[in-house]
Design a protein around this ligand. Structure first.
Ligand code: CMP
Length: 139
């Protein structure tokens, strides 16, 4: 079944000119870009996006990192896109990420881990709607 997921290329990656290399891995892995935009998040937007983590010890650092520079948000579509995107990204911590994944190759640390991807059908729906209107998404 075709599925959509939200992908974010984070400030640590855009600042190091890694956008193209990351998109190449996503597309090369079989994900189709059906929407894309560049944004510079405000503190309020970043806080709203990551509201589920607001009580975590890493929350303040996460928000500071997310507003440090521009991000690229994309809607990616494929069969089982959520799981496929997470496989291509690799685990949250680059130390344990698998060879060839985005995070293994490009992430600096858990806090500066280059990409975000939706982790469930529910979060994909929420995160896509957070950044895109339906008429900004193409098949
Ligand atoms: P992301 O997939 O964007 O979701 C939440 C982010 O919080 C995560 O990637 C990491 O960048 C960051 N983070 C920092 N520390 C942790 C941690 N201990 N566990 C999970 N996420 C963390």
């Amino acid at each position: 079944m075709q599925q959509r997921t939200l992908s974010m290329i984070k400030p640590d990656a855009t600042q190091r000119n890694l956008t193209g290399k990351i998109i190449s891995k996503l597309e090369g892995g079989g994900l189709k870009i059906v929407a894309a935009k560049m944004l510079h998040l405000s503190k309020q937007q970043a806080g709203e996006f990551y509201v589920e983590h607001k009580d975590k010890v890493f929350y303040n650092t996460l928000i500071e990192n997310m507003i440090a520079a521009t991000i690229i948000v994309q809607v990616l579509q494929a069969e089982d896109a959520i799981a496929l995107n997470r496989k291509i990204m690799g685990s949250t911590d680059p130390e344990t990420a698998e060879t060839g994944t985005v995070r293994k190759d490009f992430a600096i640390s858990m806090q500066k881990n280059s990409v975000h991807g939706s982790d469930s059908v529910e979060s994909a729906a929420r995160e896509i709607a957070f950044f895109f209107n339906e008429d900004e998404i193409f098949n």
